[in-house]
Design a protein around this ligand. Structure first.
Ligand SMILES: [Mg+2]
Length: 203
């Protein structure tokens, strides 16, 4: 008899507009305002067996508004804050490339830049996460599209800031209390579905 497969999933989080208030090209801690409830989201995700991973487009590096080092410094500070709140992040992936970037950062359609799924696919591989049990929360259409292209189990739109087709996201979330309720609802369903599919495929 096969041992039961335990499916570890990920909670993929966009950064600006989901973790922090999107003020446009944020790169300093003094401009980084955590959105209420985000630490509780990550703590609850861990309880539900999800590892939290940040996937963030950083065109500001490509455009020369701030440097890779600025981004890494801010990321180090942000990760410390999460850890101090009992909500450690498993990893942070960023895409510094943009079609209007300068020098090395100018790349027409980089596979990592959302809506492309490169960052999500890398995290699934690096952290050995099961896409079917994984979910994403983003605030833009390109976040949801990236989740779809990576075949994640579900994707939710958080307080959308631009026009997004109704049918695109599985759920629209007004605040992080709703994010927690959604995770509690969707995570067991996805895991059961993945377990059933694993049993069928082993027959
Ligand atoms: Mg965003």
């Amino acid at each position: 008899m096969n041992a039961p497969t335990f499916n570890h999933g990920g909670l993929f989080l966009d950064r600006d507009g989901v973790i922090n208030v999107d003020r446009g090209y944020v790169y300093r801690p003094e401009d980084f305002e955590f959105i209420e409830g985000i630490f509780a989201v990550v703590r609850r995700a861990a309880d539900l067996g999800l590892r939290s991973v940040v996937v963030t487009n950083q065109a500001g590096i490509a455009r020369g508004y701030y440097t890779e080092r600025d981004f890494q410094d801010l990321t180090g500070w942000m990760c410390e804050r999460f850890a101090a709140e009992g909500a450690p992040l498993a990893a942070v992936y960023h895409c510094p490339y943009h079609r209007e970037g300068i020098g090395q950062w100018r790349v027409d359609d980089h596979p990592d830049r959302k809506p492309n799924p490169g960052m999500i696919l890398a995290a699934l591989r690096d952290l050995e996460l099961d896409a079917r049990c994984s979910v994403l929360v983003g605030d833009k259409e390109h976040d949801i599209l990236a989740a779809r292209r990576a075949n994640l189990g579900a994707a939710a739109l958080f307080a959308p800031t631009d026009e997004v087709p109704d049918a695109l996201a599985d759920e629209v979330l007004a605040d992080h209390l709703e994010t927690i309720c959604w995770l509690e609802r969707v995570t067991p369903t996805l895991r059961d579905g993945a377990r059933r599919a694993s049993r069928v495929s082993r027959r």
